[in-house]
Design a protein around this ligand. Structure first.
Ligand SMILES: *Cc1c(COP(=O)(O)O)cnc(C)c1O
Length: 502
């Protein structure tokens, strides 16, 4: 299995190189040359497998330059009961909401309580093995731009991992209090955390620029280091996400919610388009899917794009109660465009160039039609998000986080508008306790307590929902990091954090 760059088809690498490098030198993203197929027999056999066995089977189809032992080692180290609370790290909880059955795929039982753990607990294992194959003995410097959850999950995944250093940038006013506390209290000898004055898009753009800057790369090389990425532009992030959609389908069959072979709909609360893209890749492999419902918050650039074919980031940016989706440049959409254009690197590059220079592009009619046949886009504003948290709790005593609530609200809109009765799986992406203030506020039980941890406590008293241990244990922990920088100064911050800048 080889990987091409979305912006240069002649660029061909194996998976270890794609994972070690993170992004292609030409600025494009690595994509598999074709999608390995899951035969009906294989999918049927997966019904009786554990999550880990399913993961080994799917991952093995893509990482053909890894041995079966290496893949088994990665999977078995990542998805332990100790880290995810049970044998199945991605269980389904079914609720009735406004008359429809919604199957919530809970992806937040890992160490940092967001779905990012599903990928970031295994990525360090992929990366250290990749570096052994192609790294030439160099140390990997993981640069992360985060809208809140990736940062903590990456820090936790990479802390004290040999031959790696990790540097995380987050928007100073763009994350929840719990997210900020989680990152600033991070332990580990190879970690550094810094806030930036700006939003997530500013952080992501700057990180991509530093990443592909030849001069900075040369400085790193002199010190026997190389950049890599833990953002969802890294193929090693997306691959583990494909697994849980296939696994969820098997669980849906086992739970009697779909007949084997019957199609499902998948709803994903979307920011950088990584999670929903992984669902699409599972479909490309043969998973029976009818439609992908792309749910946005008030930053609804994707809703407009799916409905009109015009991607226009020149619009107001909103700071919402679902901060991990406060994004106007959804990086992984590039990979969808590449697939929808029939793997056309020149066409994909032209859209990305237009986005860079003008902030807007319009896709071809062919792509518009293909997207319209498979995807449905909708958004939930702040009021709709809060009303959904309230409604889910009142109707079903199910406590949802703000991002999951966006997805539930949009899925509800979709069902009412289309009448589509296809069984639906909704990606539930974070623990409600990561966003206690907004969630508690939505339940509407009077004045909010003052501190974050008092809100956690009150939320627990009202709902009885267990507080995840990794969050409870942060109470009273002192911050190790608190630096804030301008977005134009990030490059210097990186070099200084590595001990190689002036
Ligand atoms: C990252 C994140 C999202 C968005 O996922 P993408 O892959 O960026 O589309 C949604 N919800 C939560 C809680 C997240 O952390």
């Amino acid at each position: 299995m080889f990987y091409h760059s979305t912006q240069d088809k002649n660029k061909t690498v194996e998976s270890a190189q794609a994972i070690a490098q993170g992004i292609s030198q030409d600025g494009g993203l690595f994509v598999p040359e074709s999608f390995p197929q899951l035969s009906e027999e294989e999918l049927r056999a997966m019904l009786s497998m554990s999550y880990r066995e399913r993961a080994k089977l799917v991952i093995g189809k893509y990482l053909t330059d890894f041995t079966a032992e290496e893949i088994a080692d990665c999977v078995d180290s990542a998805y332990t009961t100790e880290k995810f609370g049970s044998e199945n790290p991605a269980p389904i909880a079914s609720v009735d909401y406004n008359g429809a059955e919604l199957n919530l795929l809970e992806l937040w039982h890992g160490p940092t309580c967001a779905f990012k753990d599903m990928a970031l607990q295994i990525l360090p294992h992929f990366l250290t093995k990749s570096l052994k194959k192609v790294g030439g003995g160099r140390e990997a410097v993981i640069l992360v731009a985060t809208s809140g959850d990736t940062g903590k999950a990456a820090l936790e995944g990479f802390k004290d991992v040999d031959h790696t250093k990790i540097i995380v940038f987050y928007p100073v006013d763009g994350v929840s209090a719990m997210q900020k506390h989680q990152m600033n209290t991070q332990e580990g000898g190879n970690v550094y955390v810094c806030a930036i004055r700006g939003n997530f898009d500013d952080a992501q753009t700057a990180v991509k620029r530093i990443f592909t800057d030849k001069e900075t790369q040369d400085i790193l090389a002199e010190h026997n280091m190389m950049f890599s990425s833990a953002n969802s532009i890294n193929w090693g992030r997306l691959l583990p996400q494909i697994v849980y959609y296939i696994s969820a389908y098997c669980d849906m069959v086992n739970l009697g919610k779909v007949a084997f072979g019957e199609k499902i709909n998948i709803t994903v609360p979307t920011g950088n388009f990584g999670n929903i893209l992984a669902a699409y890749y599972a479909y490309e492999m043969g998973l029976p899917v009818n439609r992908f419902i792309c749910a946005s918050n008030s930053n609804n650039v994707l809703t407009d794009f799916i409905r009109t074919g015009v991607y226009d980031k020149n619009r107001d940016f909103y700071t919402t109660v679902s901060p991990s989706m406060d994004i106007l440049v959804s990086s992984n959409l590039e990979r969808l465009l590449y697939a929808m254009s029939g793997n056309n690197d020149v066409e994909t590059k032209s859209y990305m160039d237009a986005l860079k220079t003008k902030g807007v592009y319009e896709v071809s009619d062919t792509i518009k039609e293909k997207i319209a046949a498979l995807f449905w886009g909708g958004y939930a504003d702040e009021d709709a998000t809060k009303a959904t948290i309230h409604g889910l709790f009142e109707q079903q005593h199910y406590l949802s986080d703000t991002h999951t609530a966006v997805a539930v609200a949009v899925c509800d809109d979709y069902i009412r508008e289309t009448g589509d009765k296809t069984p639906v799986v909704i990606a539930s992406t974070a623990s409600p306790y990561k966003f206690s203030k907004a969630v508690l506020g939505a339940l509407d039980r009077g004045d909010l307590p003052e501190t974050e941890f008092d809100m956690v406590e009150q939320l627990h008293e009202i709902t009885g929902a267990p507080v995840p241990a990794p969050l409870a244990s942060l109470r009273g922990k002192t911050a190790r990091f608190g630096d804030v920088t301008d977005k134009d100064a990030m490059q210097g911050v990186v070099l200084r954090a590595l001990g190689i800048g002036e």
